[in-house]
Each structure stands twice: as structure tokens, then as C-alpha cells.
Ligand binder design. Structure first.
Ligand code: BG6
Length: 486
């Protein structure tokens, strides 16, 4: 028994994206309209202070967007035109030495309304080409089946995942893509950040919140249906491609107690339980006992069917993937449980700096999270998102000098390495938005995460030229040295 000294030789270094934030080409080759196609740009600075979540859509807004689309900007419809530029983009990833590229499949390219019996061949063929391009460079695709988009038809017909009807529709989609890509894709994630249903039910679950009687009830009912769909997809993967690895994913937000007061400590424990509730179900295959009291106290009564217990038990995941951007602080206060497990935190951590979007920067929190999750589950972990959104500028010399991004990622890589030395089994690291893309929360282009600059503004104007930032050359060295040259 010896301690690990650093990143394992087969560590999967790479970058992460999502279909709705990069592809564009929203209305060609038979693609249907998705929920993200109706995420209109809303000025995130309208209130004078940045609003990170302009992405919710109400039933009235949806009607208006459909009636008068020309009056709004829908940046997720144009993305960064990866649909036509995937070869160039993947070549740039290969130049950095990516071992893995995380991307998602757009459900509506495969089933335009979700209701068809037969898949759309042109949609399937697009991802064949993308995976073949990755294979040319020996890059493994890591594929998210559902990343914050779904057929708008299923929102309009069923109000999204609050309806159980979506479970078999998703299973059909999952089976089709597993079957089609079984020889091309080894790593899968079922749902992106299912726990963010607590923040935006529209984005995570296609639910128009104003049509739901009770938001919290709807969030957990929708999550229950996604748990079932995820478990059925895992089960299908075990049959169709038994050598593949299929994981769940959460947005990991560690909550620290504000003080050593036992009441604050207890609150931190409970807030963290709500954050880990999702992998608790997906790794263990059953609901944890602590959730019963929470459901009781919040009047949440889930509609379930007798076979659900078996479905969950049979669909447990191989690994836990996390996105990690920040930590929170909590204390025993009235709204603490309301905030628990969400992206919102009114309490500042005086020890941490913040990003330009007010996200606390806490590299050590990543190590703490990894150690905690590994203690809890004892199965491999994957950091499938982490990165810094910033206002990058092209300097007079024509380059983008993003040393702040290098600093951010370096510090997080150091902490991952420490976690590995502490015994954590970490499979890989894909930084978020390895190429600039449309922000999920604000639909801005100007919130940039990439190693590669994309010449395009918030209105979609620009040449779309790709420019290597300073961080591009730095990350290349990190990968080359397997995390030694930082
Ligand atoms: C994650 C999402 O929560 O955060 C991504 O999975 C998203 O889709 C990322 O882009 C960063 O958030 P934002 O709002 O800065 O794009």
C-alpha cells in the first residue's frame, strides 16, 4: 500500500461543452426546437448588479417568444457554430493534447419532438462525424445525454419532467444513442447537474414553473422522473455497451458553517445532504432516509409506482461526475433550508476572492469536495466542469493574455492532485467551456471560459475566428507533463 504521488498515467485531461451552448444550426437537418432555443437574452445587469440567472422562462414568455421571435435574441440558437466548425475546434483541442472531450447530444437532433417512433438520421450522422473526428486524435468523447435542453414539445404537451410520460420517451432516446455510438463512446453521463432543478426548473427539467402549483414539489417530482430515466439509461448501457462507464453528475457546492456553533455545523451538514441527495440516490439506488423528514416538513409528496424501487436499484452509476465552481457559507437561519442545495448564497466568505460574476473562488473547496464524495461513495469521481468566466480582451498585440484563468485553473489542479494523494480515485478533469461559448445562466458570449477565444459578441456579431489564448499554451504543457508543469 503506497500513497499516490500525482495524476495517474491514464488521467483524462480535456475540456467540456454542451450542445446548446456551442452547436448553433438550430433549424437545419431536421432538428426540432428545444427549451434552450427559447432562452432569450435578458440584460443581466438590468438591476445594476449582475444577475447570473436570467435563464428562466415562464408560460407567458414562451408564448410571446413564439409569436414574435424577431423581437428577441436567442443566443443558444447560434452558439459558436460548432455544427459547421467542429473539425477546426477538435483539431485545436487535439493541439492542446486533450485525452477527452466532453460534449452533449441534443435530444431534438435525434427526436425533434421527442414523440417520434423513428430517430432523425441526419442528427445521428452529425454525432458520428464528431466522434470520428475525435477518434482521429485518440480523444475519448465523454457524452452527456441531457444537458439543459429537451424538446419544447414536451414542455408544451406535458410541462416537462413533472410528467411521468417523459420517462419512456427519454429511455427510447437513450437506447437509440447507446446503440448507435456503442463502438465510439466509452464514457457517458445521463443528466447534467440534476440538482440545479432547484434553481431553474425550466432549464433543468423543461417545466414552466408558473404552471406548477408548488415549485418545490414540482422540482422533486421532476427529479424523481429523471432519476428513473437515468436509471433506465444506465440499465440500457449495461446491456448495450457493458464496457462503457456511465455516471451521474451534480453541481457540487460545499457548504461551510459560518461558525463553530453546533447549530451552524448542523445546518452545514443538512445543506450538504441536500446537495448530495442526487448522487445518494443514483449511487446507492434508493432514497436516503434523511429526505423523508425534509419532504414531510415541506409538504412534498412524490407520486411513485411500485416498480420504482427496483428501477432505481438496477440503475446505479459507475462513477460520480461533478461540476465545481464555488463553495458556500451557511448558518442556522430561517431561510437556510430554502437556500440549501441551490446556487444562491447570501452569506459572503470573507476569505475568498470572487470572479467578475461574483462567484467565490475556492480551489481548496474542490479538494474538500472530492475527499468527502470519495469517502461517501467509494467509487471513481470525475471533475467534468470547472473554470473561470471572465471578460477577456484581445490586446493590442493581437493576443489574449488571460493569466487570471491560468492562475484559477492551476490552483484547482493543485488541489485535485492533493486529493489524489489523499487517496481519491479521480478519473479525469474537463475544464468548462474549453472554447468560448454561450453562457448557460446569462446567455452572454462575453462571459468567456475558453482556452480558445471566439470572435463573437453578445448579439452574435463577429467573424467567429478562433484565437489561442495564453492559457491554451499553458494547458498544453499541463497535459504534456501530466499535471507536473503548472
Ligand atoms: C454549469 C452548467 O452549471 O455551469 C454549464 O452545466 C454552464 O452549462 C456552467 O455553462 C457555467 O455557468 P454559466 O452560467 O457561467 O454559463
Amino acid at each position: 500500500l503506497t500513497a499516490k504521488k500525482g495524476f495517474p498515467a491514464n488521467f483524462l485531461w480535456g475540456g467540456a461543452t454542451a450542445a446548446n451552448q456551442i452547436e448553433g444550426a438550430y433549424d437545419i437537418d431536421g432538428k426540432g426546437m428545444s427549451t434552450s432555443d427559447y432562452a432569450a437574452y435578458k440584460d443581466p445587469y438590468a438591476s445594476g448588479k449582475v444577475n447570473n440567472f436570467t435563464f428562466n422562462v415562464t408560460s407567458r414568455e414562451l408564448e410571446e417568444y413564439k409569436a414574435n421571435p424577431k423581437q428577441y435574441l436567442f443566443p443558444k440558437r447560434w452558439g459558436i457554430d460548432f455544427y459547421h466548425r467542429y473539425k477546426e475546434d477538435i483539431a485545436l483541442f487535439a493541439e492542446m493534447g486533450f485525452k477527452v472531450f466532453r460534449l452533449s447530444i441534443s435530444w431534438v437532433r435525434i427526436f425533434p419532438t421527442g414523440l417520434e417512433e423513428q430517430p432523425n438520421e441526419a442528427g445521428l450522422a452529425f454525432y458520428d462525424k464528431v466522434f470520428e473526428e475525435c477518434a482521429k486524435y485518440g480523444m475519448e468523447p465523454l457524452v452527456t445525454m441531457s444537458h439543459y435542453e429537451m424538446p419544447i414539445t414536451l414542455t408544451e404537451k406535458y410541462n416537462g419532467w413533472v410528467s411521468r410520460e417523459l420517462v419512456p420517451l427519454f429511455e427510447k432516446y437513450a437506447r437509440v444513442i447507446l446503440e448507435r455510438y456503442k463502438d465510439k463512446v466509452k464514457y457517458w453521463i445521463t443528466f447534467n447537474e440534476m440538482n440545479m432543478n432547484l434553481n431553474s426548473l425550466y432549464t433543468g427539467a423543461g417545466v414552466l414553473e408558473d404552471l406548477a402549483d408548488d415549485k418545490l414539489q414540482a422540482a422533486y417530482q421532476a427529479s424523481h422522473h429523471q432519476f428513473l430515466a437515468s436509471a433506465l439509461a444506465v440499465k440500457a448501457a449495461k446491456e448495450i455497451c457493458p464496457d462503457a462507464k456511465i455516471g451521474c453528475m451534480i453541481n457540487q457546492i460545499e457548504s461551510y458553517a459560518r461558525t463553530a456553533k453546533p447549530e451552524d455545523q448542523l445546518q452545514a451538514l443538512k445543506s450538504n445532504q441536500l446537495n448530495m441527495f442526487y448522487p445518494d440516490v443514483q449511487v446507492r439506488g434508493e432514497y436516503p432516509s434523511y429526505i423523508n423528514r425534509y419532504f414531510d416538513e415541506n409538504g412534498i409528496v412524490l407520486k411513485t409506482e411500485p416498480q420504482d424501487d427496483t428501477i432505481l436499484k438496477e440503475g446505479t452509476v459507475d462513477y460520480v461526475a461533478i461540476s465545481y465552481y464555488m463553495s458556500h457559507v451557511t448558518e442556522a437561519r430561517e431561510d437556510a433550508m430554502k437556500l440549501a442545495g441551490t446556487f444562491d448564497s447570501p452569506i459572503k466568505n470573507e476569505y475568498l476572492p470572487k470572479s467578475q460574476w461574483d462567484w467565490p473562488i475556492d480551489p481548496m473547496g474542490l479538494r474538500i469536495s472530492l475527499m468527502k464524495l470519495y469517502d461517501r461513495y467509494g467509487i471513481p469521481l470525475f471533475v467534468c466542469e470547472n473554470g473561470l468566466g471572465a471578460h477577456d480582451v484581445i490586446s493590442e498585440d493581437g493576443f489574449v493574455h488571460d493569466e487570471y484563468r491560468i492562475d484559477y485553473i492551476r490552483e484547482h489542479v493543485i488541489q485535485m492532485k492533493e486529493a489524489i494523494k489523499d487517496g481519491v480515485d479521480l478519473m479525469g478533469y474537463t475544464t468548462w467551456g474549453c472554447i468560448d461559448l454561450i453562457s448557460c445562466g446569462t446567455s452572454q458570449m462575453s462571459k468567456r471560459y475558453g482556452f480558445i477565444y471566439v470572435d463573437q459578441d453578445d448579439e452574435g456579431k463577429g467573424s467567429k475566428e478562433r484565437i489561442r489564448k495564453d492559457s491554451f499554451y499553458w494547458y498544453k504543457k499541463v497535459i504534456e507533463s501530466n499535471g507536473e508543469k503548472l
